[in-house]
Design a protein around this ligand. Structure first.
Ligand code: SF4
Ligand code: SF4
Length: 368
């Protein structure tokens, strides 16, 4: 007896696959499945988050529709995965927030915060919005650095807390009897597998997208998005160190490290999300979970808008458009922070936890 219909269906499919085992070389899901004879809800959520949605096991399957066994592993695990995000969300009242209207909620959050910052500046000093401000400290004419740091620090701290609580619940559910501990070699193996997206290649041939010819496009766009995000995060960290350790205020010159990192990351966050969006719309609907498309699109779109607003701000920061553009950019970044625990962002965290569990299981079973 399982907690949901989709977990019951996932159990049925894993039982069929465990008898067949034709796909065991494609990814980590099938070897992990083979280590079990029965599947708890936690096991199925673990397998669902171990799946990288490459799609390879659908065209390869002799039991896929119209066969009466009706085996569709990618779609079933995609739905189970999305439902697991809601099941482990913290606080529970926010579970499922993004199931149907993620794009709208993200955009409203971004515009609300942009309007708040805009209003704050108009109330404090109307010239901050219209005037031309250049040189160190120019951004803080709009909003003092301490107020900005407090606003974004609080949003970021909340996002981290909610993510930690969520992954803690996930880890407990899938980790029995491992508990919260792991070992360094398993952690290192999981880091390597996550950084090169080892299981997003259909066993070496690439992802199955809109037809049965696999390509590496999704993997490349995913890499651009991930490493673009990391570079932008590094740019923010370096800028924070500049501010507090060196007393150097933003904005910085084109050649300065925060701007170089942010620009490179921004380019990745323009190309990667745009490519992922195109791939998503072209993907065979048989492989995806159309009911949760809004959650995926919202996250990808917000990353794209973060980068777009940041790059336009960089280009026009010496003009009178700086004030409104900075308010808009900060609004988008704030929306990304507060929506992170309730949208597609969590897939990276849960998938990494599943990879750690998989590496640990393999070690315990003597496979490495
Ligand atoms: S997906 Fe199909 S071919 Fe692959 S292991 Fe399962 S039943 Fe066998
Ligand atoms: S879709 Fe890809 S990653 Fe997911 S179970 Fe099938 S082969 Fe494995």
């Amino acid at each position: 007896m399982h907690g949901s219909k989709i977990l019951t269906e996932a159990d049925r499919l894993m039982t069929v696959c465990n008898s067949c085992r034709y796909c065991e070389g494609l990814c980590a899901v099938f070897p992990a499945m083979e280590m079990r004879r029965s599947f708890s809800d936690g096991d199925l959520n673990y397998l669902a988050n171990l799946c990288h949605a490459c799609g390879a096991c659908y065209p390869d399957c002799q039991f896929s529709p119209p066969h009466e066994f009706d085996v569709n592993v990618p779609k079933t695990l995609a739905i189970a995965r999305a439902e697991s995000y809601a099941a482990y969300a913290w606080p529970r009242a926010c579970a499922g927030l993004f199931t149907n209207n993620g794009v709208m909620i993200s955009l409203i959050a971004a515009l609300s915060v942009a309007a708040f910052i805009f209003g704050f500046a108009v109330f404090n000093e109307p010239k901050a919005i219209h005037g031309i401000h250049t040189g160190p400290g120019a951004f803080y004419v709009l909003m003092p650095h301490n107020a900005m740091a407090a606003l974004f620090g609080a949003a970021f701290a909340y996002a981290i807390l909610a993510l930690v609580m969520g992954v803690r619940a996930f880890w407990r559910d899938i980790g029995e009897p491992v508990g919260m501990k792991t070992d360094a070699p398993s952690l290192w193996q999981a880091i390597k597998d996550a950084l090169n997206l080892r299981y997003l290649d259909g066993g070496g041939v690439g992802c199955v997208n809109d037809d049965e010819r696999p390509t590496d496009r999704r993997k490349i766009y995913h890499h651009l998005t991930f490493y673009g995000f990391i570079l932008c995060f590094a740019a923010t960290c370096v800028a924070t160190l500049y501010h507090f350790l060196l007393a150097r205020e933003a904005p910085y010159a084109w050649w300065d490290l925060p701007v170089v990192l942010g620009t490179l990351g921004g380019i990745g966050l323009l190309i990667g999300p745009a490519g992922l969006l195109v791939a998503k719309f072209r993907r065979d609907p048989e492989l995806a979970d159309p009911a949760r498309a809004g959650m995926d699109v919202a996250f990808i779109l917000m990353l794209f808008l973060t980068s777009l607003s940041g790059i336009v701000l960089l280009l026009l920061r010496d003009t009178a458009a700086m004030g409104p553009l900075l308010a808009l950019h900060l609004g988008v970044v704030f929306a990304v922070f507060i929506t992170m625990p309730y949208g597609k962002f969590v897939h990276g965290i849960y998938r990494f936890a599943a990879l750690v569990r998989y590496a640990r299981e393999r070690r315990m079973m003597g496979h490495v």
